[in-house]
Design a protein. Sequence first.
Length: 195
Amino acid sequence: MARVLMAQTLGSALVPACFLVSQGAQRLLHAVPSSATAWYLNLAVFAPLQEVRAVPSLLAAFLDRAAATEFVLVLLLMAAVQLVRFRLGVAFLAHLAFGASLLVAQAWMMDHHGAIAPGLLLTHEASGTALVALLLATTGLACALGHATFVLAIVSREDGAPQASAERGSAPADPSVLSPRHALTRVEGALPTCP
């Protein structure tokens, strides 16, 4: 289970990590405008993450206000939720990351008239399209793993797996003590008898 949670967290964390690296590439371009690597990173690799700012959405509104600190806080939140093994929180963050990557893909395929045109993928930079595909694949896998773990937990409970777990440090309960018949005889024996 810990490996599944780790895989979900890493798949989800790729989205804020890419936005964080994209901001670093923008700062590199401002610092060294003559750098060909900085231009390539901004215009080719991280172009989909910049396109999402042009399409009105909640993600675009967040990106307009977000700085590097917000993305670091999101990554720390994901790590904290994974460390406490809060499965529902990990699954929720995975779905948020998948939604964000869908918005990135939508912005990357949108033409100037606001319509989605998948044919634009052939004219866009291949590295930008590869980044969008990577984000969709990893966050989609994180969501699928979340659904699979919840389904497996439900199936294992329906198969009759024992659910009662002893407290830490205590001895396992004797099944005869837990039976209603034994409990009734104990109660009857404890009642005072009338003379």
